[in-house]
Design a protein around this ligand. Sequence first.
Ligand code: SF4
Length: 675
Amino acid sequence: MATETHCPYCSLQCGMRLAGRRTPEVSAWEEFPVNQGALCRKGWAAAGLYGGRERLTSPLVRDRGTGEWSAVSWDDALDRVADGIRAAQASGGPDRVAVFGGGGLTNEKAYALGKLARVALGTSQIDYNGRWCMSSAASAGIRAFGLDRGLPFPLVDVEETDVLVLVGSNLAETMPPAARHLDRLRERGGKVVVIDPRRTPTADRADLHLQPVPGTDLALALGLLHLLAAAGAVDPAYLAERTTGWEDVRDSVASWWPERVERVTGIEAHELRALAAMLGRSPRVMVLTARGAEQHSTGSDTVLAWINVALALGMVGRRGAGYGCLTGQGNGQGGREHGQKADQLPGYRRIDDPAARAHVAGVWGVEPDSLPGPGRSAYELLDALGTPDGPSALLVLGSNIVVSAPRATHVTSRLEALDLLVVCDIVMSETAALADVVLPVTQWAEETGTMTNLEGRVVLRQRAVTPPSGVRSDLEVIAGLAERLGSAASFPTDPEEVFAELGRASAGGPADYSAITYDRIRDEKGVFWGGERLFADAFAHPDGRARMHAVEHRGAAEQPCADYPVHLTTGRVLAQYQSGAQTRRVRSLPDDGPFVELHPLLAGRIGVGQGDVVRVATRRGEMTAPAKVVPTIRPDTVFVPFHWVGANRLTNDALDPASRMPEFKVCAASVVAHA
Ligand code: SF4
């Protein structure tokens, strides 16, 4: 008997069936609407996560003197962690203990982790790796619409638009089942525009591909809106009735002539005019951004600029049109709604809102004043570890920081400066290898929990596989720690019970899950929070209008110079996912290691041929990898995939002022043949 569940990886959360309690087999679940039975290579190979020799099945503690690992009982491990937490707190108060979560954790885990931090630990120091994924789009969405839901409509609506503009998305490679919608759109006669410094498999499907200088998507949007306004292509009635701020925005783009845009972005004026003409004459335009546009120190403003384009055309709230963000991580959406963010309480409530604090404290059975205030954002939290004013103990769930953090060598040194590092994981990840205590936990289909996909559809990942003996769920770990720390609140371990409590805590908040139940999710094959389509009649600001924000192009924090003459950008490849802690261990997925993609002109200039080892260096570190010489990338740019240790030693920790998103997507680098 097969169980209906969902893929362990990305935000599409494709439905699949799993049969076999110990060595499962994946089969298609055609009735699940998002992917209709289609899976990408990673999804078909997901059962390879089971049966690996590297699976941890016993708590481990590390002797700092010898570096040796010893297996210990669960009681011993949790006692040590609780003792370490108490010691850290005794040395400087609750904020000496920090918690770092992940955008792949279920809603139940994200919620319980936030509650653990605020109630059992009393610390403000909690954030998660989703800060590095969608936070710029989230910040912009809240400012513009009053609400952040990645896609405010089902993904299938893509097929109904007339022009789809993908800004910094390579969905054909990162979530291949979604690419069917592009194909169907084009079969209908619709157009696809891709804006990306690389000609990716997604760009290969495009009717128009613009290849701007990395970090200049904002200037491109300003120039586009300049042309649309000049051509009278904006929708005055919509702007008057449904938005505020248009006059300021119109004035702010007045000086962004196509020739100026060309100087900044490298996009020739005639290409920009072609795009403006395409958009100006289309009844329905949809703009979707992803990490390529968002992971910048100007990411929030970049998204706001593209939202301005969609609003000016009168598209947002219309069916088959509008703006959306293509979330990346499996529970990137739900993970940012239920309290593992530094500034947030469940239901997407703000932690500095007295009414929100009172409501959530009531559900938790504690005094509102006992809840801490906002803490540090993800990178700032890691940067503070082991410093005189920072946390000296860290609990990590669902994140492989050593591979995925920007300026990773520095972050690794901060982890090494801790008095106590505790990592919950399924394998000895690069981060777990630095820990004092590693707690082996259940994974994916060994446990039940909800995920919220990129459309805001809450889905149920049902348990289908028997976990190995010796492991515990993250919920059990959280409850075990809370009990040892004498928590005033109870921490249930049954996921459905946790979900019901999450619903009560979120009730009345921007992301209200109170009407969603496991039974409804099963019956309806996923339930959209807030409704299937948002903003048809009103936006979530008190006056119902969207806010347009005049934003300025600032450029990347680091520009090429004599020592670092090219742009470095990073991203994903088809067969791997995020830090690779899972996919690199699936034997049926190819793991060819990192590579450095560069243009033949650049390769020729530095005397490098296909497969030769090159050294890429930035102000923060260096790495070596074989050259992949392709004509599909800009000659002034190199690309490195981030699934292996290396890429993030190079990336820049400059932060977006609004979202605190690091500038993963562009920095200045040198590339030379490796001696
Ligand atoms: Fe899994 Fe994403 Fe692939 Fe779907 S597209 S099978 S959710 S990795």
